[in-house]
Design a protein around this ligand. Structure first.
Ligand SMILES: CC(=O)SCCNC(=O)CCNC(=O)[C@H](O)C(C)(C)COP(=O)(O)OP(=O)(O)OC[C@H]1O[C@@H](n2cnc3c(N)ncnc32)[C@H](O)[C@@H]1OP(=O)(O)O
Ligand SMILES: CC(C)C(=O)C(=O)O
Ligand SMILES: [Mg+2]
Length: 561
């Protein structure tokens, strides 16, 4: 019994590689990608994919641009065996795509596997056996030499069987399973023996795949282990050094990136990190991380939603809303300061310039996503988010001080309701607050007459429901309307006035002008807004809206004129 449960565990020892080079390396070209969605991904599902789903996934992987796809563990099930046959016999494999099949290093399974690939143009036969001390001692009860012999004998068997099917180009892949938990010298010894048994040459390379079957240490340790193999493997020029990180510690993506920096040529993984336990490395993330560094990864995720939908339907597992690049929320900002920065970033981002929008590491459009859900408003939001939605969804560009005022209104609403408000909710709130505010004054219409020294106006309104006509004169319609209000004892001043055209149209479907008037009245300062096809109408609406918002009670009840 341990006093502290944590004492059940031991720290992973560092790798003795004092002159490690990988920390200074820069990834300058994408690795060879290998999708194991149909094998490692498939073996980890509640319900493995049926033939239809496998075919759908295979076709999509080809479309994305994978040139190597592990399609099955043919000895595992009739479904897997038949799927390989269907691919080959139905000519479903594009000329530039190589299928891969996995088998344990066991003779009957190897024979069944080789039978499944008969007639293929080219195939990677992938053999594995676990070689770490625990597996040697606990699972196999074998010595190092016996474990090595298991690998070598299997490779020789594949070699002999491949010689009997010359119509098929057989490429050997060997995985020392549990590589990360194995003594490096022993891993090298087994891999070198495999390379020799296959008689690999630069023209006929062997794929040596070093899996983090279980992620056991920080990703820099994996990089050290890979650099050590890269520098010490025999016949390195005849070896394609491959990575297969799992994500037990949540650092598979970092491990893959560091592993490539450490000299690996190839990366195996699954879309969205499907795979045993916490998954294989997520190839979408690794690839798009490269994309954001200005390098095309050679995989096409320009319709991310379609890829996501297909994977969800085939695996019956949903993508987490915060999954890098793909989740529903990854291009969404709720918080005020983020929204403010994004809005400002979009305002200055030029079409052809380098991408420089704060908080968005990639242009959502490059993944086929639109900007609709980038800013969403809840109680954590500020004026920037509200203004962004008003502008992007309704074409209303609010003056800055109106943004401040209206975001206070939205904040009250979100505090009271507790949940997110949609753009449509905000638009309704804006209308209720500024456009439809009709108490005490409700505007109906006006008549304007030019005079020698200005303009005379007559405004028809209801005052607390009682019809009235207000008359006034001024040097323009706004001034005349202010004077008309004085006849009711309403002494208002216009502090600022702006007119803009609006993307949205009125309820009558007309193109709209928008007037924003900042009204000072009875020691209060409030915005009023008017929207109408006629700018003068919009201006008078805005003044009356501002007066109403100041909460003014007219001193004199109106008489009909
Ligand atoms: C890390 C990975 O993802 S490896 C891939 C794992 N994927 C799968 O296992 C999915 C497909 N597998 C299967 O359907 C089955 O395991 C089969 C059909 C291949 C084999 O089934 P079974 O013969 O019943 O064996 P089982 O699955 O119980 O495997 C355990 C046996 O395989 C041996 N074994 C395990 N791995 C290996 C290996 N790489 N090489 C040789 N033998 C192995 C074990 O020692 C054990 O042998 P024992 O029965 O003599 O003690
Ligand atoms: C078969 C091997 C490569 C594997 O899936 C693993 O070790 O995780
Ligand atoms: Mg695996």
């Amino acid at each position: 019994m341990h006093a502290q449960p944590s004492q059940k565990y031991r720290p992973f020892p560092p790798v003795n590689l004092a002159d490690r080079q990988w920390p200074d390396a820069v990834i300058s070209q994408p690795p060879v990608w290998m999708s194991t969605d149909l094998r490692d991904g498939n073996q980890s599902l509640f319900e493995p994919m049926d033939a239809g789903k496998k075919m759908r996934m295979f076709k999509m992987l080809c479309q994305i641009g994978f040139k190597e796809i592990e399609v099955a563990f043919p000895a595992a099930s009739q479904t897997d065996f038949n799927f390989v046959r269907t691919l080959i016999e139905g000519n479903h494999i594009p000329a530039d795509v190589t299928i891969e099949v996995l088998t344990q290093a066991r003779e009957p399974l190897i024979r069944r596997t080789m039978a499944s690939v008969r007639g293929a143009r080219r195939v990677i036969v992938h053999i594995y056996n676990a070689i770490s001390p625990t597996f040697r001692d606990v699972v196999f009860n074998m010595s190092k030499d016996e474990v090595k012999a298991m690998a070598v004998e299997s490779v020789k068997l594949v070699k002999a069987m491949a010689a009997e099917m010359p119509e098929t180009e057989v490429i050997m892949q060997y995985s020392p399973e549990t590589f990360t938990a194995t003594e490096l010298e022993f891993a090298k010894e087994v891999c070198d023996a495999v390379t020799e048994a296959w008689d690999a040459t630069p023209a006929r390379k062997v794929i040596i795949n070093c899996p983090a079957t279980v992620e056991v240490a920080t990703p820099n340790i994996y990089a050290d282990q890979i650099e050590w193999m890269h520098r010490n493997l025999a016949r390195r020029d005849s070896v394609i050094l491959s990575l297969h990180p799992h994500n037990d510690r949540g650092t598979a993506v970092a491990a893959a990136e560091f592993g490539v920096m450490a000299g690996a040529d190839r990366v195996e993984g699954c879309l969205f990190g499907h795979g045993e336990r916490t998954g294989n490395v997520d190839l979408v993330t690794v690839a798009l991380n490269m994309y954001t560094q200005g390098m095309h990864p050679g995989l096409d995720f320009s319709d991310m939603n379609a890829v996501g939908r297909t994977v969800e339907e085939c695996t019956q597992i949903d993508i987490h809303p915060r999954h890098p690049y793909a989740g529903d929320l990854v291009f969404t900002a709720f918080s005020g300061s983020h929204q403010d920065a994004i809005k400002k970033g979009f305002a200055v981002q030029q079409e052809d310039a380098h991408w420089n929008v704060p908080y968005l590491p990639i242009d959502p459009k490059d993944l086929g996503r639109n900007y609709d859900s980038i800013i969403r408003v809840n109680s954590q939001s500020g004026k920037g988010g509200v203004a962004y939605l008003m502008e992007s969804q309704y074409g209303v560009v609010m003056p800055r001080r109106l943004q401040v005022e209206f975001s206070g209104v939205v904040q009250q609403y979100t505090d009271a309701h507790g949940s997110e408000v949609t753009a449509a909710d905000i638009w309704q709130l804006f209308n209720r607050t500024y456009i439809e505010s009709a108490s005490p004054l409700r505007f109906h219409d006006y008549q304007l007459q030019s005079q020698e020294d200005g303009q005379a106006i007559r405004i028809s309104v209801d005052i607390n429901g009682v019809p009235a006509v207000l008359g006034g004169q001024g040097n323009g319609p706004v001034d005349a309307a202010i004077q008309a209000l004085q006849g009711m004892g309403i002494y208002a001043q216009v502090r600022s006035f702006e007119e803009r055209s609006v993307g949205a149209s009125t309820s009558a479907g007309e193109a709209t002008a928008c007037a924003f008037v900042e009204v000072v009245c009875q020691d209060k300062v409030c915005y009023g807004v008017g929207m109408h096809a006629n700018i003068v109408t919009a201006s008078i609406q805005a003044i009356i809206s501002g007066v109403n918002r100041c909460g003014v009670a007219p001193a004199v009840m109106a008489k009909s004129a």
